[in-house]
Ligand binder design. Structure first.
Ligand code: ADE
Length: 480
């Protein structure tokens, strides 16, 4: 990912970025960062970049031309196939958040424009800026510190910027909770002891204590976040009354991406803050029609998929917005915490036995060796691991890739796509077993969405110890 900061004070910005973790990431070429001096684009002997505001008022304003020329120069160096955002840091922007940082980290280039004095001529902002961002309700002397905050928060989300020991564990805002208190040596300092439970070595107890402390701290320090947390927990409790049917909604809450749009005794409507897709649970037919009729337009705007968990919601939804039924599938959920033992020998048609191997597809679309079944003890082949768990995995016997499947960030495992016609069940079973274990390693609950007509897959997963929801879910999509 490339950061371009347009500023009148490039040294200040580069000194900040080149320090510590972001500096290391630049030196290792995991990210690129440049500070572009807007003054270099000012015309005239004195390279003046500011002038008085029309209409009077205190202070000076940065002029449009040098800012525009600096931007155009940066844009001309960004390859056309790159995705880019142009951020103007200003107290008038949207509050910067973890969610925004995640969104920015998905683009190839982030251009950040720093204002100084009283700001920048509005006309150039209108032409170049895509996002207005504020780092808080206070006024700084310039945008440089704000730009450094944005670069830091975005850069640490770029894969490879944080090394393992610093992993983005600090998902302080995950699930709307602040982080629990932490302690290091010595055990007693200023007469204060490290809480006993942290010395116990009992991982479950420690996890429980940390969650309780997080909740307590959030309640005391951030009542706004705590209210959101409570709301999600109440939704979770309702959805957990049917864990299989609502496996997708529960996974969304666990991932920390669920936005609660509606939460009543009889209905829950969640939005995936990443994709904008909606998931809906209704516990009563009464009032269904009115619910869809009265749903605020803003909830439906830009949404291309709604997952319904009750058949009776379909027609009322369709009367409100034009959406077609695209898939009907059952949720199939793996509930134990223990992994499934892998058995990886595969009998070919000529009767010989071959080792099944799981490969992960790399950027070029090829599959590199990922891990071997049979001798897999939960640890995958570190050399072969390409590091992207959202990717697709293939299962092979010898050189032949027999079929592929994948994992998404919710822990959902995709349907098996056979590549070689003759090679069916054993390979599929082996790959799915491997993927279930991978999802468990990530601390998530593995589940599948299997087409209601795919009896073979449903039977196989049941035989493997998974549970099928009693009723299916309905995926509704808009035509666009
Ligand atoms: N520039 C000046 N103050 C700022 C703030 N609070 N956030 C972002 N940019 C700024």
């Amino acid at each position: 990912m490339n950061f371009h900061i347009l500023t009148l004070f490039p040294d200040m910005v580069m000194q900040g970025i080149m320090t510590s973790i972001t500096g290391r990431a630049v030196k290792e070429h995991i990210i690129e960062a440049e500070a572009v001096n807007i003054r270099d684009y000012a015309s005239g002997k004195h390279q003046k970049t500011d002038d008085y505001p029309y209409g009077g008022g205190a202070g000076m304003l940065m002029q449009a031309q040098p800012v525009y020329d600096a931007c155009q120069d940066v844009f001309s160096r960004i390859p056309p196939e790159h995705t880019k955002r142009v951020v103007y840091v200003t107290p008038q922007g949207l509050p910067f958040s973890q969610k925004m940082a995640e969104e920015f980290s998905g683009s190839d280039d982030l251009v950040i424009l720093c204002g100084h004095y009283e700001g920048i001529d509005e006309r150039v902002l209108e032409e170049v800026v895509t996002d207005y961002v504020s780092i808080g309700d206070y006024v700084l002397t310039g945008g440089e510190l704000a730009a450094m905050v944005v670069v830091d928060a975005v850069a640490r989300l770029v894969p490879g910027v944080l090394h393992n020991a610093e992993s983005p564990e600090t998902e302080s805002f995950h699930g709307n909770l602040l982080e629990y208190p932490q302690y290091s040596r010595p055990e007693i300092w200023h007469g204060k002891r490290v809480p006993e439970v942290l010395l116990s070595g009992d991982a479950r107890k420690i996890q429980k204590w940390r969650l309780e402390e997080s909740v307590k701290r959030t309640r005391e320090r951030r009542p706004d976040l705590y209210a959101r947390y409570r709301k999600l927990e109440e939704c979770r409790a309702l959805l957990e009354t049917q864990k299989r049917l609502y496996a997708d909604m529960l996974a969304l809450i666990d991932r920390g991406s669920a936005e609660v749009l509606i939460w009543e005794k009889e209905r829950i409507l969640l939005r995936d803050s990443g994709s904008g897709c909606l998931s809906y649970a209704s516990f009563s037919l009464d009032g269904e029609e009115q619910f869809w009729e009265q749903l605020p337009e803003a909830f439906l705007a830009g949404c291309f998929r709604v997952t319904l968990h009750q058949d009776f919601s379909r027609e009322p939804l369709q009367r409100r917005i034009p959406m077609e039924l695209s898939r009907v599938c059952y949720h199939v959920v793996y509930t134990p915490r223990e992994k499934i033992p892998c058995r990886g020998l595969y009998r070919t048609q000529d009767g010989s036995k071959k080792q099944l191997v799981i490969r992960e597809r790399d950027g070029s679309g090829r599959y590199g060796v990922y891990g071997c079944l049979g001798n897999d003890n939960g640890k995958h082949d570190a050399d072969g691991c390409l590091g992207n768990d959202n990717g697709k995995y293939g299962v092979s016997a010898g050189e032949d890739c027999l079929g592929v499947s994948g994992i998404d960030e919710d822990g959902r495992i995709s349907e098996y796509e056979p590549l070689l016609e003759a090679e069916g069940l054993p390979a599929k079973r082996a790959l799915w077993t491997f993927l279930i274990n991978r999802v468990l390693e990530q601390g998530k609950r593995p589940y599948f969405q299997i087409d209601r007509n795919d009896g073979a897959s449903l039977a196989l997963l049941e035989e493997m110890g998974l549970y099928v929801s009693q009723t299916p879910v309905y995926q509704m999509e808009s035509g666009e």
